[in-house]
Design a protein around this ligand. Sequence first.
Ligand SMILES: [Zn+2]
Length: 203
Amino acid sequence: MPEYKLIACLECDLLHRQVPLAPGGEARCTRCGARLYRRASPDSNQRALALALAACILFIIANIYPIVGLEVQGTHTSSTLFGAVKSLWEEGARAVATLVFVTTFFVPAAELIGLIWVLVTLRRGARGWGTVPMLHFIESVKPWGMVEVFVLGVLVSLVKLAHVASVEPGVALFSFGALMAMVAAAAAAFDADAAWAQLETIR
Ligand SMILES: [Zn+2]
């Protein structure tokens, strides 16, 4: 007699027998229609890796070039993300400086490096060092990456500043915008269930 794995619906607790799915398929609850599990298309995590690498390049550009240039009474100034964090720190707004640094630099960088690490290791078919803690880490750190909040904040300030100074959006601002989309796309393509399942078979 074949053995079935049971899976409970996360929304309504109805038990279902788990059946094998075709690649790219998903199983839904028969009572409430909530998604039970899915099987990624085979190239889903490869796509995630490509997107994460592209995001990495954008991340570097976003942090090297100025976010914005300002011209007030003939004086031109421009600042990178680090420059902005440093000024905030020096002006005594240390909590804000730390928050900007953590949510806009540290977390996105850690998440991208972690994701690439896990995907490259799985692609090589190896278990690799630190893959399991890294997968946990990626999932727990996700809510703290707020590049999109930062981009929105900068846009709002630019609109307000436009009255008092001539404002010139920098290369980094466009890179942050593209980075925002790329990180979201990589996260959407990344199939954590498939990664866990693959780790299970290597174990
Ligand atoms: Zn249900």
